[in-house]
Design a protein around this ligand. Structure first.
Ligand code: NAI
Length: 363
């Protein structure tokens, strides 16, 4: 059996508690895993002068695979989000967020199985912004007027939305390759090309061109983002793999997470050409940190994505099956889910009790 060395970034808040639960479950799945622990976040700030020390990035680069607990981003301290920094450093251009309903979690929808493939590097997230009244905003307004492209009022703050052929092509191609490799049938490109002809329009044009290469193997359709939101709520079974520019991907993936039980159940991954970093969608939950009551399901499901990525499909299925069995029995679920299902968290399992139940369900 192959041995895998993976960088483990426990994070802060509930991060270390759920990371510990995850390593226990992965260990019990039978894979031979070596965890290279690399601390990042608030706790290392004093020692290294940065929340993301060089050695953390070097460790991910070397091992090519990492799994990460959430990291607190304090507001208004100039502390850069380490998630954004990691994405940029390692060019993790894919944000993969599956939404799969698990019976027994009180999810609003049963049998939902949707995969969101979100572009992770450009769009309104590129961070190209001009403050109201700044020289840049004034010059831009002047240029727009000169080009006869419209009027920007002097009291406007401006964010730029770049969409490139390069980034659109690689994300759409990734979505189709994912669909092929994972027995999926359809890719839906989501956009607002009827209004933003040169940014979303370009994304759509590229998506159609790439889709043509997969004709006969994977079906393709495109949908406007607002209609997509309504369609997801009304007819979730119409959807399979969705590929979206950054901002729509961010919003629509929260919608699909909500459909299948909320943040405690939502796994994710940031993937690039060379490296992949797996993590839960939720944050560090400072309100419950240290209490031993956090739900580790999202990071454990992220670990199953990681196991698939490493080719350990059987171990991944073993873990997913155990999680399903624990929720189906309803006996050892954490407070967040217990409250959703029964209206009260009374008698809920701790993180440890839930983890014990998952490990026992694998035997
Ligand atoms: P959050 O996701 O940490 O918490 C929102 C609510 O959900 C809280 O009531 C929390 O107790 C609950 N919750 C979250 N995860 C849970 C779990 N596994 N089990 C049970 N309950 C859970 O979002 P919030 O409060 O907006 O962010 C807290 C911090 O986390 C912020 O500093 C934010 O920047 C950071 N954050 C980090 C992320 C990452 O590292 N990937 C992602 C999102 C936020």
């Amino acid at each position: 059996m192959a041995q895998h060395t993976v960088t483990l970034i426990p994070g802060d808040g509930i991060g270390p508690e759920i990371a510990q639960a995850m390593t226990r479950v992965v260990g019990a799945s039978g894979v031979d895993m070596v965890w290279e622990v690399a601390e990042a976040g608030l706790g290392v700030m004093d020692e290294y002068g940065t929340p993301l020390p060089r050695y953390v990035v070097d460790s991910v680069r070397k091992n090519k695979v990492a799994i990460k607990g959430p990291v607190t981003t304090p507001v208004g301290t100039g502390f850069r989000s380490i998630n954004v920094a990691l994405r940029k450093e390692l060019d993790l251009y894919v944000n993969l967020r599956p939404a799969l309903s698990i019976p027994g979690t009180g999810a609003r929808y049963e049998d939902v199985d949707i995969v969101i493939v979100r572009e992770n590097t450009e769009d309104l997230y590129a961070g190209i912004e001009f403050a109201k009244g700044s020289r840049g905003a004034q010059r831009l307004a002047h240029l727009v007027a000169e080009e006869d492209a419209g009027i920007i009022r002097p009291d406007a703050g401006i964010s730029i939305k770049p969409i490139t052929v390069t980034a659109s092509e690689r994300i759409v191609r990734w979505a189709f390759e994912y669909a092929l490799a994972n027995d999926r049938h359809k890719v839906t490109a989501v956009h607002k090309a009827n209004i933003m002809k040169f940014s979303d329009g370009l994304f759509l044009e590229v998506a159609r061109r790439v889709a043509a290469e997969y004709e006969g193997r994977i079906a393709f359709e495109d949908r406007i983002v607002d209609a997509t939101c309504m369609g997801l709520v009304l007819y979730p079974h119409d959807f399979d793999v969705l590929v979206l520019p950054n901002l729509y991907g961010d919003i629509v993936s929260d919608l699909t997470a909500g459909m299948v039980g909320g943040l405690g159940m939502a796994p994710g991954a940031n993937i690039g050409r060379d490296c992949a970093v797996f993590e839960a969608v939720h944050g560090s939950a400072p309100d419950i940190a240290g209490k031993g009551i956090a739900n580790p399901t999202a990071i454990i499901l992220s670990a199953t994505m990681m196991l698939h990525h490493l080719g350990e499909h059987e171990a991944a299925e073993r873990v997913t099956g155990a999680i399903r069995r624990v929720y189906a029995s309803g006996e050892h679920v954490t407070g967040d889910i217990k409250r959703t299902v029964t209206g009260s968290a009374a008698g809920a399992a701790t993180t440890r009790e839930f983890t014990d139940a998952v490990v026992a369900a694998m035997r």
